[in-house]
Design a protein around this ligand. Sequence first.
Ligand code: LHQ
Length: 262
Amino acid sequence: MEKDTLIRTRHDGWLRLTLNRPNKLNSLTAPMLEDWLAAVTEAAGDKTVRAILIDANGRAFCAGQDLSERKTTDSQDTDLGDSLQKRYNPLIQALRQTPKPIVCAVNGVAAGAGANLALACDIVLAAQSAVFIQAFSRIGLIPDCGGSWFLPRLAGSGRAAAIAMLAEKITAETAAQWGMIWRVVADEQLAAESEQLLESLAASSASANAATKKLLNVAADNTLTQQLALEAEQQHLAGFTPDYREGVAAFTEKRLPRFNQA
Ligand code: LHQ
């Protein structure tokens, strides 16, 4: 059995999860997905983890499902729907529901499930040379891992069908122009820029970030009236937090806030 296909590294206030099957372009195996889900679930309940970075070793970010794992027809994993329900869907849900900001640093190709796992993160940084490919239609599959949900919301319905059906390479630059990702950085700057981002997030208000994520998760499905009510509810709660008191005190005293580093 392969070892260390997902590497966990603790930093001060944040956690790095590194996909580590570089020879297979970090394509995803069952143990790797199980580790990834366990790591995100544990981090969700760990107060010392204030933000999470997902990055990858080698020349690719992730080539999606390991297709060699699917060769056997007598395997119980032959049912792709079952595989989604058991492994991929819980991971996508965990990335969305974890009350911590999750940053994804896409260093090279992100294909199939690899592309959509990246898009499920809160903030996506990509190296200039990275590309996103909805590779599914090339092998007769549909965009899973939330792709059919994320693409119209991120890139717009005018683009979603072409992105999914043509399965062309979308460059990092285009992905940023279309609103699929946050920012493109020079290849050699990706590691430094993502670490800087994680440090900023780790120093920011964990309670505000958790509430913001909650609001953004439901925004696309709510009416403005519903969302305004939810904002009022969350701001009511935020107004009683130590972070709000500290934020206002820091502003008044003209210093940087020191949010609860518990
Ligand atoms: C791979 C893979 C790979 C194994 C490269 N598997 N080895 C599906 C089913 C079940 C449920 C869940 O949902 C899904 C979702 C999916 O993710 S379906 C989509 C699966 N992914 C793909 O179809 C992408 C397949 N890969 C490619 O098209 C290319 O490799 C890309 C465009 C990513 C990169 O191309 P190149 O830069 O030319 O690299 P390469 O093709 O030469 O790959 C390098 C090595 O990595 C090679 O191994 P080898 O031993 O020959 O050096 C590939 O076989 C291996 N590899 N992707 N998904």
